[in-house]
Design a protein around this ligand. Sequence first.
Ligand code: NAP
Length: 341
Amino acid sequence: MRKKSKYNVAVVGVGAVGIEMLRVLKQRNFPVGDLKVLARSERDITVDGQVYHVNQISAEAFEGIDIALFAGTEGEKGAAVTYAPEAVKRGAVVIDNGADFRMDADVPLVVPEVNPKDVKKCKSRGIIANPNCSTIQMVVALAPIHKLLKIKRVIVSTFQAASGAGSKAVDELYSQTRSALEGQPAKPEALPQRIAFNVFPHIGSFGEYDFTSEEWKMVKETRKIMHDEKISISATTVRVPVKTGHSESIYVETRRPVDIDAVKKVLSQSSGIKVVDDPKTCVYPLPVDVEGKDEVFVGRIRKDPFNEKGLWLWVVADNLRKGAATNAVQIAELLAKRPSL
Ligand SMILES: NC(=O)c1ccc[n+]([C@@H]2O[C@H](COP(=O)([O-])OP(=O)(O)OC[C@H]3O[C@@H](n4cnc5c(N)ncnc54)[C@H](OP(=O)(O)O)[C@@H]3O)[C@@H](O)[C@H]2O)c1
């Protein structure tokens, strides 16, 4: 990609993430030249009062595009497997939100606060992957602690919002809540269990050692982003009846003893993090407070009283913003700064 004053951008998918992508491009004043919005069918959509024309996706639609931001669904029927190579063939760099390419050796997996230099590894394939939403917010919080104390082990439980499973899951949260309040049965369709007035430890499909695919993503992606295959990570991922904003309870075991004041200091000085931590006045991060925000919010920072090398964190972020659209646009900003790519 050549350095330009403006870049022709394609946004693929106008679901929960794609819509947020359109907002973030505008709010961060990304230097967009021509903007193409692509999905499965042609129509007009309105986002924050602005009408966008959506074109039906085709290989030719990527002609002249510099940066293609993919937020379509995953797998053979999704957009990225078929159209990411077509976009690259026509000279675009692809930034993909799905899981199709994340673990490929020649595709960098990038969180700009953690491994910005990995962007340049996209040269051979032309694709950069955005990590999973629950991984992104966790690595933003872990990276400064890893630098300070070297992390040995992480045990994390997530509390993930309905929008993490796309716009149909949000519709299901609303419709089931209404049905449940009216005493009607709530039938799961977009999600594997009833979401209204319920929580369930099932995100993705069950696999190796009875962990889910979402749980394995948190293990494998974290190691790839942090360039450390030795960190032991165990996750339990749970869906909760929240619209947007994933929360995570994270236990960290370090190689050096924990100085909790030093941890609080390094977190509060790290880019992309806001420390919200005054439990005596009931102040800690909440999903309802982070919706629409770009930072990762960290609170309940405390030492394990029974292990001098252990600490706990409560980490909350907007899964559609930092967990997806904002991270992708930040990657596009890195590309725009590096004319050699
Ligand atoms: N939701 C999150 O918090 C989150 C976070 C991180 C990553 N992600 C990933 O981001 C991607 C998008 O997620 P989402 O939550 O926005 O999903 P979503 O709400 O279900 O929206 C999916 C969008 O993709 C489009 N699409 C699907 N297949 C397509 C194809 N073959 N060609 C063109 N467009 C296609 C759909 O088009 P139509 O509208 O025309 O049907 C729809 O607009 C997924 O890969 C997801 O895993 C999501």
